[in-house]
Design a protein around this ligand. Sequence first.
Ligand code: ADP
Length: 394
Amino acid sequence: MTTPRRAPGGFPVVGIVGGGQLARMCAGPAAELGITLSVLAEAEDASAALVVPSSPVGHHTDAAAVLAFAQACDVVTFDHEHVPPDVLEELVATGVPVHPSPGALRFAQDKLAMRERLTALGVPCPRWVRADTAADVEAFAAEVGWPIVAKTPRGGYDGKGVAVVASAAELADWLARAADAGTGLLLEERVPFRRELAVLLARSPSGQAAAWPVVETVQTDGICTEVLAPAPDLDPDLSARAVEAGLRVAGELGVTGVLAVELFEVAQEGHEPSFVVNELAMRPHNSGHWSMDGAVTGQFEQHLRAVLDLPLGSPRPRGAWTVMANVLGGDYPELYPAYRHVMARDPEAKVHLYGKDVRPGRKIGHVNVSGDDLADLRERAGHAADYLQGVVTE
Ligand code: ADP
């Protein structure tokens, strides 16, 4: 195992479990701050392992690998939420500070636990229930109406593990698997939302917190494709209430590091605009990629500051708007040749690619563009992303 080399001058080593693009994007800010990163990577060619010299290979479900990795770190944080609870407990028992703590992380790992806790806190949620049998499904649908949304409590991402169903029969397989695993299913009413929003903030172990402006996240086929920062035409009162809810969730759950609270904005005739919480993520998040170029402090720097309990940086936007467009894997395995066109066409576009294999639909990078004209920024960010994924060729 490579031992991370610490910079002289008392600088810490931050360990990140998981070698995905989120760990990779911490590398730039860490280097600038003189902080050493160490990454427990799934493979030698994992996204972060390509840019972080100390990237021992090990799996996040392997307690021995995680513990050996943590021994060389001053603080441990995560690239994703999939480290099993028993491994997390062993990690905490080593005495190395872990941020977010397993007690907080649980609410990002388990959607049923999250719904229970947020409901107890009075944070607006869709109507929901735990279902173990077809009769539970029928009873819930009789209350909220078909179709309903069913979710596996653990392990879902990018819409996998979420199904909109119009009958209990469609859930027969999921119910059987949930029964075997003893987890149950989360059922939710289908929210007639106007759009999806996200509150992103960071909180430090000392309790300092800083929130970026609320953003709009545009989804295509269950995958976030575009983020508009700040969310256009957002009611200021709704924005304030959403940030307040996010800060409250962070404080009550004891979240440390970056927290993303995904929201549905609901606009019903004759009612004030309102929101319900969809889910929580406790790590830098796709909805915050815009902040790397569009805010005084980007989310990756802020996450490092938060887990090290350093004072937080300003989350203030640098300009009127920033648009982030995700680059999804397309037909072109050769990405680098596209740089010539993308960079020449728009010298203000900031391209971030993650060093990942191109597979259709996989998030392999993103583009940020900032300025004053939102429609123009959307066109430019979209064009750069489309060109990189081979959707357009001129
Ligand atoms: P994941 O954990 O895979 O990101 P989410 O819980 O965010 O899954 O759900 C994925 C998408 O499914 C959401 O972005 C939203 O478009 C839709 N969705 C989820 N829950 C609901 C709901 N209760 N009502 C309507 N749409 C929903």
